[in-house]
Design a protein around this ligand. Structure first.
Ligand code: ZN
Length: 70
């Protein structure tokens, strides 16, 4: 049963996306739990957040935010 043989690519040159060190099997695709945590924290900080798409690209005037509150 070697049908999936082509899928199992043995990448020995995989690198940690955080610090560029060789990855560890236990923490792939990272080299350590620390780098995995770094990536996770980036997620939580909205680093990879999907940008908000403004409808029609127009910014509606906000009546609550008038310029009379100086
Ligand atoms: Zn790393």
């Amino acid at each position: 049963m070697l049908l999936n043989d082509r899928k199992t690519t043995k990448k020995s040159s995989a690198r940690c996306p955080i610090c560029k060190k060789p990855t560890q099997n236990s923490f792939r695709p990272f080299c350590s739990k620390r780098c995995a945590d770094v990536d996770l924290s980036r997620w939580l900080n909205g680093h990879y957040a999907i940008p908000v798409v403004e409808e029609d690209g127009s910014i509606p005037d906000n009546p609550q935010n008038g310029n009379r509150e100086e």
